[in-house]
Design a protein around this ligand. Structure first.
Ligand SMILES: Cc1cc2nc3c(=O)[nH]c(=O)nc-3n(C[C@H](O)[C@H](O)[C@H](O)COP(=O)(O)O)c2cc1C
Length: 191
């Protein structure tokens, strides 16, 4: 079952607000790629903008610079092995989608490869060129132009995390292939 539904752009920042490890996808001409990134964050609500640290030595960075676009997929627990694998190998000499049997769809606005299987959500981003921060801090800014989420875990602008959708709980890198998962919600009460 594919339960992915579009996410309103004004809610896009909520998809990454809690700091999940993400998959960064990219494509330029016939070349495509996917890597893991633990360092990303929203930087603006409207228009939705996101910053991701993409090391300049990665193949991803090369494709992002060429195409001016990148995709963000938010893996769930179901995609933990895949996340670690694509974060531990470079796509410069091998197509990681083929190597790891990763199915992708074509993004609706930018045509980026996006992963839905095992993922909770995805976003398509247009690179906002910032040569200084890209060069000095490997930080790439993007404007979100399309987003969607699996409605079993994110619907009507909110995460609904419970035991029924455990495979889609987001993963948070602790280091060396160990992750914590976001598996319940605790709500603040007024003091
Ligand atoms: C869990 C995890 C998180 C990572 N986070 C980042 C990150 O935030 N930024 C980054 O540049 N690389 C990060 N990496 C490393 C890249 O994913 C790795 O260098 C990858 O092989 C690059 O692939 P590419 O050369 O095909 O683009 C991470 C790796 C793992 C496993």
């Amino acid at each position: 079952m594919n339960a992915f539904q579009p996410v309103a752009l004004e809610h896009a920042s909520r998809l990454v607000n809690h700091g999940p490890t993400i998959l960064v996808t990219s494509a330029s001409g016939a070349r495509r790629n996917i890597m893991a990134a633990a360092w990303s964050m929203p930087v603006e609500f409207t228009p939705p903008r996101i910053a991701v640290v993409i090391d300049k030595r990665t193949f991803t960075r090369e494709l992002v610079a060429e195409s001016g676009t990148f995709g963000i997929c938010i893996p769930g627990v179901a995609a933990i092995d895949l996340t670690y694998a694509v974060g531990s190998t470079s796509g410069r000499d091998v197509d990681k989608f083929a190597r790891y049997g990763i199915e992708s769809i074509e993004g609706p606005v930018l045509g980026l490869p996006l992963v839905e299987t095992g993922c909770a959500a995805w976003l398509e981003c247009r690179l906002i060129p910032e040569p200084h921060t890209e060069d000095a801090y490997d930080t790439c800014f993007g404007e979100v132009v399309a987003a969607a989420a699996d409605s079993r875990i994110f619907a009507n602008g909110h995460w609904n995390v419970d035991a029924s959708n455990a495979a889609l709980h987001t993963i948070h890198h602790l280091g060396a292939g160990h992750f914590a998962r976001a598996s319940d919600i605790v709500s603040a009460k007024p003091l």
